[in-house]
Write a new protein. Structure first.
Length: 355
């Protein structure tokens, strides 16, 4: 269904169209110069030694885990509130996900609960920079170093976000990004793995391309494409400008939300990568009715993420997951894209009326 005010709108322009035409004229659609150039530019943007393009963020997370040697018999700690792709990547690497509750203010993994979640089988921590807000990487990397654990950052929603002067994704052993159309950088479908370890990058490159180039590495067909890489280069070139514009729109939302009764802004913190605008509805609100009523008015809204254990049964958890359940039950994501600022008054007025 097409909404008058959609939840997301892809910011694709003339430069992206020209880049696609360039590839079509060249005739090479896979494993060519566009992907090499995109990987190099992406690595340089994040201040790391290299990057490997993949066909999705979920694939990238699995590839990073496999390349790091994480597999059967290993446990990977992850937040209980996130997109299912985080957990699916761990399961498909053959490891066991262990859910950890999240911080009520940031919706990211609660660092105070990580130590108690570590067992003899724990091999890695996979923090998620949820809704584009950086997790507390300093505390996470301190724990990982002390307990000799790996850190794989799920930065799929957070390209361009900073943490204490460093880009997210460039802090752990590996970082992974997704380029789905609702993200700040899109290639339609696609993703990227970044790291500072050349051997790890070589393994990732082999894994996504049928194991070629490295002996005894399991291979898949998870490559990106030249068309996607060409679009990605243009998107990356304008990323900082678009991040600044999105921040301005988010600021306008924050001011407008002061007049909406009972609504809280979820995951406060700057600077971040705003791909949507998440708010918390008052406890007890019928969120489904709110979403349906907004959509009837032509305004698309979404709940996005429930707590993982509410979707999949039998997943191991470290203690209670009450915060994840509560945030997953109350979060409402509102439209955020270049140009939506002219609709913010209408959106907040409609939400006020419903509440």
């Amino acid at each position: 269904m097409i909404y008058r005010i959609p939840l997301a709108r892809t910011d694709i322009g003339v430069s992206e169209s020209a880049a696609v035409a360039r590839v079509m004229e060249n005739g090479r659609l896979a494993l060519g110069p566009e992907m090499t150039a995109f990987e190099q530019a992406f690595a340089a943007y994040h201040g790391v030694s290299g990057a490997v393009m993949v066909n999705s963020g979920t694939s990238g997370l699995m590839v990073a885990l496999v390349a790091l040697g994480v597999g059967p018999g290993d446990e990977v700690l992850m937040p209980a509130l996130t997109f299912v792709g985080t957990m699916n990547s761990i399961l498909n690497a053959g490891a066991t996900p262990v859910l950890v509750d999240v911080d009520p203010k940031t919706a990211n993994i609660d660092c105070d609960r990580i130590d108690a979640a570590i067992s003899d089988q724990t091999r890695a921590i996979m923090p998620v920079h949820l809704y584009g807000l950086a997790a507390e990487m300093s505390a996470i990397t301190d724990i990982a170093e002390a307990r000799e654990l790996l850190v794989v950052e799920d930065a799929c929603e957070a390209i361009g976000a900073d943490y204490r002067g460093r880009k997210v994704g460039a802090i752990g052993d590996a970082g992974v990004f997704g380029f789905y159309p609702n993200k700040m950088l899109t290639t339609g479908e696609g993703g990227m793995v970044i790291a500072d370890d050349p051997d790890l990058l070589d393994k990732c490159r082999a894994i996504v391309n049928q194991g070629r180039g490295v002996r005894n590495v399991p291979g898949y067909s998870l490559r990106g494409t030249e068309l996607a890489a060409a679009i990605g280069q243009m998107q990356l070139a304008s990323l900082d400008e678009r991040l600044t514009r999105r921040q301005g729109i988010a600021d306008a939302y924050v001011r407008a939300m002061q007049n909406v009764p009972g609504v809280e802004i979820l995951a406060r913190g700057e600077p971040r990568s705003w791909f949507t605008f998440p708010v918390l509805l008052p406890e007890g609100t019928n969120r489904e009715r709110v979403i349906e009523s907004l959509r009837d008015a032509g305004i698309e809204a979404a709940d996005y993420f429930q707590a993982i254990h509410k979707i999949y049964s039998g997943i191991k958890s470290a203690g209670e997951l009450n915060v994840s359940e509560g945030l997953g039950r109350r979060t409402l994501c509102l439209p955020l894209w270049d140009g939506v600022e002219v609709h913010i008054e209408e959106i907040t007025a409609a939400l006020t009326k419903l509440l």
